[in-house]
Ligand binder design. Structure first.
Ligand SMILES: O=C(O)C(=O)C[C@]1(C(=O)O)C=C[C@@H](O)C=C1
Length: 93
């Protein structure tokens, strides 16, 4: 089997990056709704149990990628917490 050339591989990565960006934007939109829910019900932004459960699900079919996946999702959830906190502080909910 011939190896795809670098330009093709990068083009595939660019396309995936756009999909990932679209999915992340959708995820942040859901996080905004979670923030509104938490404001109404007076729950704290940070839920360590929920974060641990999300991290535990990652890399089950690809254990060699588990540390990378967990690091990425830790960053995503940290940014989600920051977004929630910003919205709650500005009362933009
Ligand atoms: O599920 C929540 O309670 C959220 O606020 C969302 C989320 C996440 O990004 O998945 C973010 C912060 C919490 O610590 C837990 C999870």
């Amino acid at each position: 089997m011939t190896m795809p050339d670098l330009t093709t591989l990068r083009s595939d990565i660019d396309q995936l990056n756009r999909e990932l960006e679209r999915l992340l934007i959708k995820r942040f939109a859901l996080v905004k709704q979670v923030a509104a829910h938490k404001a109404r019900t007076q729950q704290p932004v940070c839920d360590p149990q929920r974060e641990a459960a999300i991290l535990a699900q990652l890399g089950q079919s690809t254990p060699e990628l588990q540390p990378a996946l967990q690091a990425i999702f830790q960053t995503i959830m940290a940014q989600s917490r920051t977004l929630e906190q910003t919205l709650l502080t500005k009362e933009e909910l």
